[in-house]
Write a protein that binds this ligand. Structure first.
Ligand SMILES: Nc1ccn([C@@H]2O[C@H](COP(=O)(O)O)[C@@H](O)[C@H]2O)c(=O)n1
Ligand SMILES: C[C@@]1(CO)OP(=O)(O)OP(=O)(O)OC[C@H]1O
Length: 159
């Protein structure tokens, strides 16, 4: 069994769609990045790559590469899933938290779990996603950005 930790931050700006956990949230601002800036999916990918000892998403999908411009992070997660499949490991469980003052994430958390579980070929019960505000403190509290933390346990396939 191995564990990995992921953390990511993106700035909230006008004129961008808000995509979190592969789900499009109706909101008047979105996250800025080279890709679709899906902060939760990035944290989950970094956690899986960390558990595999394979660095981070910046190493695998550099933001200087035009192939990743505005790409759906779900497509990047599919690549990370292939790395996991080529190792002796599979997802044990994932726990994650989205840190955002707004918008309300609760109505969308189940859809995020479904989206990630489908790509990671695991059961819904293996993924837990939560959300918190920071009681208006810090950059998330000032609604300047959204962050996400994820932790993953991967387990060896039994033969
Ligand atoms: N962007 C967010 C933040 C929080 N929630 C949900 O609200 C509950 C209370 O949050 P606190 O920060 O006041 O603890 C929490 O349990 C979250 O489920 C949310 O939906 N969206
Ligand atoms: C995903 C990548 C690649 O498109 O770009 P961003 O969307 O800017 O995301 P970030 O979390 O800064 O790091 C990884 C990048 O290489």
């Amino acid at each position: 069994m191995k564990v990995g930790l992921g953390y990511d931050v993106h700035q909230l700006v006008e004129g961008r769609p808000l995509i979190i956990g592969g789900v499009h949230l109706p909101y008047d601002k979105g996250l800025l990045g080279h890709s679709d800036a899906d902060v939760l999916t990035h944290a989950v990918m970094d956690a899986i790559l960390g558990a595999l000892g394979k660095g981070d998403i910046g190493k695998h999908f550099p933001d200087t590469d035009d192939r990743y411009k505005n790409i759906s992070s779900i497509e990047l997660l599919k690549e990370v899933q292939k790395s996991l499949e080529s190792s002796d490991y599979k997802i044990g469980n994932i726990d994650a938290v989205i840190v955002a003052q707004k918008p309300k994430m609760a109505p969308f958390l189940e859809a995020m779990v479904s989206r990630l579980a489908r790509v990671l070929k695991c059961d819904l019960s293996q993924i837990n996603i939560k959300a918190t505000t920071t009681e208006r403190l810090g950059f998330e509290g000032r609604e300047e950005g959204i962050s996400a933390h994820a932790i993953v346990m991967i387990v060896k396939w039994e033969v």
